[in-house]
Design a protein around this ligand. Structure first.
Ligand code: IPM
Ligand code: MN
Length: 368
């Protein structure tokens, strides 16, 4: 009897369906070379779900996701749904909703440099050459999930003063939430180079002070891990000034969102970045890029971030570390052979080496 893994597939909007299709091609190649079986169950999320069902995360999608062993997600959002009135469903509600509903509190975003395209980064080779960072982003708390409200203009406005409407978003963290993500990060650091940089804004925010206190208490359990505190503004600078000082970075939701986009510049393209969102009982794998509506439907998006997310699924959800490595090697091999998507091509890249989404997926799949 071969192992069967049920995978919920949520292609979503924009380039989501194209890059997801490429990742499934690669998973089928893995399946052909092993005795495991993958069963794919597709469901709508984001804008396509709003169009079809009026909500970004239909009940049925959530039910399928809960019933599967892992979830693969493409991207959500697009200009078509950007102008909706406050209170109307937005594609992003689907993504935030599934993260919350499945309890996916830990978002792991590895950032590495692919040697054959290192020159594609706008940063000097000498700066990025040893960069290898794992960003551990808290994913179900903070500003994203605190109370949001917009207040109509009132006479003699209170906090903030001045004229016009006001809005607020609450940033809330409990010790439990900080400890839970902290533990994940210390464990990850222990498996890597043993260094953890904890990023906060403890010089201004109460949440930052609580963050620092909890992380330091936790550090006593991990004497083998070197802990460094860093303020988020400084971290934003250090990531592009000297990225090799980092091993694992742990930070709250909003800071992690911002720093991971920034760190993608080390790799050369946001299209290369993968992620795993892990919870107690569920796991979801999605690239860090968005739906890129400007290039959607053209078969030119870079599928590598999605393909590497599928590799993370094999490793984290199915214990298939060797298969995950074979995907990583296949990506390295395709890049070493010179194949590029347009986002990682340079002026010197011959047109014959620039591939579409599907073709890049095939080049990688055939190397498995
Ligand atoms: C990401 C994305 C999402 C986020 C958006 C689409 C809501 O930017 O996964 O980084 O902010 O978390
Ligand atoms: Mn983001």
């Amino acid at each position: 009897m071969s192992d069967c893994h049920r995978i919920c597939v949520l292609p979503g909007d924009g380039i989501g369906p194209e890059v997801v299709a490429a990742a499934l091609d690669v998973l089928r190649a893995v399946q052909a070379k092993s005795d495991v079986r993958f069963e794919f169950c597709e469901a709508p999320i984001g804008g396509v779900a709003i169009d079809e069902y009026g909500v970004a995360l239909p009940e049925n999608t959530l039910r399928i996701a809960r019933g599967c062993d892992a979830v693969i997600l493409g991207a959500v959002g697009g200009p078509k749904w950007d102008t909706v009135q406050p209170g109307c469903p937005r594609p992003e509600d689907g993504l935030l909703g599934i993260r919350k509903e499945l309890g996916l509190f830990a978002n792991l975003r590895p950032v590495r440099v692919y040697a054959p395209i290192a020159s594609h980064s706008p940063l000097k080779a000498s700066i990025i050459q040893n960069a290898d960072i794992l960003i551990v982003r808290e994913l179900t708390g903070g500003l994203y999930f605190g109370e949001h409200a917009t207040h109509a203009e009132v006479e003699g406005a209170g906090i903030g003063g001045g004229r016009g409407a006001r809005a607020h978003d609450v940033m809330l963290y409990s010790e439990f939430e900080i400890e839970r993500i902290g533990r994940q990060a210390f464990e990850a650091a222990r498996m890597r180079k043993g260094k953890l940089t904890s990023v906060d804004k403890a010089n201004v925010l109460d949440t930052g002070q609580l963050w620092r206190k909890v992380i330091h208490e936790l550090a006593r359990e991990y004497p083998d891990v070197e802990l460094v505190d860093m303020l988020v503004d400084n971290c934003a600078m250090q990531i592009i000034r000297d990225p090799s000082q980092f091993d694992v970075i742990v930070t709250e939701n909003t800071f992690g969102d911002i720093l991971s986009d920034e760190a993608s510049v080390l790799a050369g393209s946001l299209g290369l970045l993968a992620s795993a969102s892990l919870g107690q009982d569920n796991a979801l794998f999605e690239p860090c890029h968005g739906s890129a509506p400007d290039i959607a439907g053209k078969n030119i998006a870079n599928p590598i971030g999605q393909i590497q997310s599928a590799a993370m699924m094999l490793e984290y959800s199915f214990g298939m570390a060797d298969a995950a490595r074979s995907i990583g090697d296949a990506v390295d091999g395709a890049l070493a052979e010179g194949w590029r998507t347009f986002d990682i091509a340079s002026e010197e890249t011959p047109a014959s080496l620039i591939l579409g989404t599907r073709e890049m997926g095939e080049r990688i799949a055939e190397r498995i």
